[in-house]
Design a protein around this ligand. Structure first.
Ligand code: MG
Length: 159
């Protein structure tokens, strides 16, 4: 069978004085996420799922957070480069299903814009990108509003 699945997970902590970038778009909020890049935790989880599906290691292997080249980088560039790696290895994207775990802000109004943005960066149909939002029912680090966690699953196939 020429289809493969991949799974990705990432987490970033909230910080004052940072912009909140999620799913490739900027969301107005009192806090942003801390990170070496723009800290787009959704894109990072998605990249790790894509790389995992193609057995291409992980996002830190390709884009090290010790490198100045990636300081404050727009994570959409990392996603674009990840799709290039995938296609170079002879794979095409099938679909993705992502779950964003955040107590705040409310993400549902932003999901269509995230789907549109990610699908344009990846060069795929926006219907192939599912993004779901949930809270953690006030439990754990997400529940205490310390940060955002994202889980992503993808399917790819060999061309
Ligand atoms: Mg990350």
């Amino acid at each position: 069978m020429n289809i493969r699945v991949g799974f990705g997970y990432d987490v970033h902590t909230f910080a004052l004085g940072r912009e909140l970038w999620l799913g490739g778009i900027k969301i107005e909020h009192s806090l942003g996420l801390l990170g070496h890049s723009d800290a787009d935790v959704l894109i990072h989880a998605l990249c790790d799922a894509l790389l995992g599906a193609a057995n291409l290691r992980d996002i830190g292997f390709h884009f090290p957070d010790t490198s100045n080249e990636y300081k404050n980088i727009d994570s959409k560039i990392l996603l674009f480069e990840t799709m290039k790696l995938l296609r170079q290895k002879g794979y095409e994207f099938g679909n993705a299903d992502c779950t964003v775990c955040a107590e705040e802000p409310k993400l549902n109004p932003h999901i269509p814009a995230m789907q549109k943005c990610l699908s344009e960066v990846m060069g795929v149909d926006s219907d192939a990108i599912s993004i779901k939002a949930t809270t953690s029912e006030k439990m754990g680090f997400v529940g205490r509003k310390e940060g955002i966690a994202v889980y992503a699953t993808v399917l790819i196939s060999k061309i």
